[in-house]
Design a protein around this ligand. Structure first.
Ligand code: TYD
Length: 204
């Protein structure tokens, strides 16, 4: 199964992705947890280029193309071979981050983003996506003391557009599970696992 975790900054998705990985490993499955942009040597270098806050003059299209090339490398080097071996793949951010951040956030044409990402995805489409939703004010509070990356520095209006974009995506696709990121980590952990079990049963 291919599972992705999505949400605006400070939503706690990375912690929950880690919890699910540990749970599934305890259940006896082979699982890998990846992050985007990143996950391969070259993709981590691209991550550094894209998120390094000193590189302030990156055009939105450059940003989208860099992320798409990082994704192509990750899909071909890691995700597709893992899925072939029946390893469960969990990815902390994936294509929906591009539609939410570069599409709704930066205003890049979404059809164009989908078109270039068709090449990156190579049909590696997630089957289950958790969206950790929270108010922009709560997100900003949670990341207040963090050393912010270039995209996190964009501020409130930008994050608002990203959040609304995510909510639109979740509304239009059955693969999404919408979760309240303000719930306790323990409650979220149980919900995430139970939704996974439901999905697994559906697939049988
Ligand atoms: P994130 O995964 O939240 O890492 P950290 O926990 O270290 O902050 O941050 C990655 C950043 O990359 C985040 O600001 C969103 C951005 N991003 C995009 O803009 N588009 C994408 O397609 C992806 C995968 C990430």
């Amino acid at each position: 199964m291919f599972i992705t975790f999505e949400g605006i900054d400070g939503s706690g998705k990375s912690t929950q992705a880690n919890f699910l990985k540990n749970q599934l490993q305890n259940d006896g499955y082979d699982v890998i947890l990846l992050r985007e942009p990143g996950g391969t040597i070259i993709s981590e270098k691209i991550r550094d280029l894209v998120l390094n806050h000193r590189a302030s003059s990156v055009s939105p299209l450059t940003e989208a193309l860099l992320i798409a090339s990082s994704r192509y490398q990750l899909v071909n080097e890691i995700i597709l071979p893992a899925l072939k071996k029946n390893t469960i793949v969990i990815c902390d951010r994936y294509i929906d981050s591009t539609i939410a951040y570069q599409g709704y956030g930066r205003g890049i044409n979404i059809s164009w983003l989908n078109e270039i990402n068709k090449y990156s995805l190579m049909h590696a489409n997630p089957e289950l996506t958790y969206l950790f939703d929270l108010k922009v004010e709560d997100s900003m509070l949670r990341i207040k003391n963090k050393n912010k990356d270039r995209i996190e520095l964009e501020g409130k209006d930008f994050l608002s557009k990203v959040r609304n974009g995510y909510l639109k995506l979740a509304k239009n696709s059955k693969r999404f599970i919408l979760l309240n990121a303000m719930d306790s980590p323990e409650k979220l952990k149980n919900k995430v696992y139970n939704y996974y079990l439901n999905k697994k049963n559906e697939n049988f």
